[in-house]
Design a binder for this molecule. Structure first.
Ligand SMILES: Cc1cc2nc3c(=O)[nH]c(=O)nc-3n(C[C@H](O)[C@H](O)[C@H](O)COP(=O)(O)OP(=O)(O)OC[C@H]3O[C@@H](n4cnc5c(N)ncnc54)[C@H](O)[C@@H]3O)c2cc1C
Length: 393
């Protein structure tokens, strides 16, 4: 009997999990198409940008799928021919499918703010994290003192975790190079009146108090208007800086718009209660317009749900309905401290940090057996501060 051709787009949290969950079903012929050979473990990127071991932030797809019945293909998904059930890549290669799973993630959005794309740093890829880390290190060594201001834009979880880790990284590099006389200034700019605006007020308050305690100046209710090579304009006043980090905006992957998928709220893709956007085309993770879209936990949950349903359908059973699952929110803010919201339970401090460490281990273990997962997890706690300029004497 001919196998069911399942083509999965995107080698991230959702795509990989879907492929892994389906790989033991002999009725499926699974292909995973991604534009990268690596799985980016986003939750470790803020650490990688502030001196953490880069190994924790990515895993080779080959390693994850070793011994699994999944074909790995490298390419950039571009266009769909729905009638012919064919996907074409940017390089012109075609893939046939019976079932298509779209898990392409989101892309950075600069909202058209002048100068931002050109001058700001980001932490959405390992390369970006490395670039930021090297810039901070090189600038400290070259100028012998910290930047006037390090500015993190965005008071969401990514901005908070990065800002929280910056003071200890900067101080560490300064100590290493004997630069102890200057104090770094770190600012965090958020357009909403509070940090993590989608979370309960008490959660935002605890994070704000923690960041202030670490010496970080918060600019709340302040919108970034423009950036130049020497600083930012924020709600009409200027902040001088050569280190501006943009964490504030993402938008739906352009593949969905270009291929005319209908939109749900917030520009995400409309899906039904089987995560189906069209007959035989499923959209999961960050791309799907579901209640808790935008979290790795949701992408994992969607993938496991979809894989189960595809297996049920292959076995002639009725598919189940999707029920959104509320994630556990854990936001680290500086060494050994994290805020946790788990259903109605709030937890702050060291216990939160331990929960985050446990959640990270579980995150790696979702993709790898316990030993390699343990190695990637342990790398998160290692320092890897290689000086990008010291060799020139
Ligand atoms: C810095 C940062 C920290 C985060 N921290 C957390 C956290 O602590 N906890 C949490 O729950 N969530 C966190 N998130 C959110 C989480 O990472 C996402 O919700 C999750 O990655 C979504 O999974 P996905 O499969 O939808 O997309 P992704 O994981 O982004 O995967 C998309 C994949 O598609 C590939 N791709 C893109 N375009 C193409 C193309 N045209 N053709 C082929 N392949 C393509 C990409 O290379 C990538 O492999 C964080 C995000 C960021 C940016």
């Amino acid at each position: 009997m001919a196998k069911n051709k399942v083509l999965i787009l995107g080698g991230g949290f959702g795509g990989i999990k879907t492929a892994l969950e389906l790989s033991d079903d002999p009725s499926m012929d699974i292909t995973l198409l991604s534009d990268s050979d690596m799985f980016r473990y986003y939750p470790a990127l803020y650490r990688a940008a502030t001196g953490g071991n880069m190994k924790a932030a990515q895993i080779a797809l080959k390693e994850i799928f070793s011994g699994k019945q999944v074909k790995l293909e490298k390419g950039t998904a571009k266009s769909l021919d729905r009638k012919a059930k064919t996907l074409k890549t940017a390089a012109g290669k075609s893939y046939k499918y019976d079932v298509l799973v779209v898990a392409l993630g989101v892309v950075t959005n600069y909202f058209g703010i002048k100068g931002l794309e050109k001058y700001s740093y980001g932490i959405k890829t390992q390369a970006e994290a490395k670039q930021l880390r090297n810039h901070i290190h090189k600038q400290l060594v070259d100028e012998g003192k910290p930047d006037l201001n390090y500015v993190v834009i965005g008071g969401g979880p990514t901005g908070v975790e990065l800002a929280g880790e910056l003071p200890s990284f900067i101080k560490f590099v300064m100590r290493k190079h004997g630069l102890t006389k200057h104090k770094p200034h770190i600012d965090l700019v958020e357009a909403a009146p509070r940090l993590t605006p989608r979370m309960p007020k008490s959660y935002s308050k605890a994070l704000a108090s923690r960041l202030r305690g670490l010496g970080i100046k918060l600019y709340l209710n302040q919108a970034v208007q423009a950036e130049t090579a020497d600083g930012l304009t924020v709600s009409g006043h200027d902040i001088q800086s050569h280190t501006v980090i943009w964490t504030a905006g993402v938008t739906e992957h352009p593949f969905l718009g270009a291929n005319k998928f209908p939109q749900a709220e917030h520009g995400k893709t409309l899906v039904d209660d089987h995560l189906q956007a069209e007959p035989n085309i499923y959209v999961i993770g960050d791309n799907a317009g579901t209640k808790y879209s935008g979290m790795a936990q949701t992408a994992l949950y969607d993938a496991a749900f979809l894989a189960k349903n595809l297996k049920r359908q292959a076995a002639g059973k009725k598919p189940r309905r999707y029920r959104p699952k509320k994630p556990i929110y854990i936001t680290p803010a500086g060494p050994f401290w994290a805020a946790v919201l788990w259903s109605r339970v709030h937890l702050y401090g060291w216990a939160g940090w331990v929960m985050r460490a446990a959640a990270d281990y579980a995150g790696y273990h979702d993709y790898e057996p316990w030993w390699p997962a343990g190695k990637h997890w342990a790398a998160e706690f290692e320092l890897e501060v290689t000086c990008p300029v010291c060799s020139r004497g």
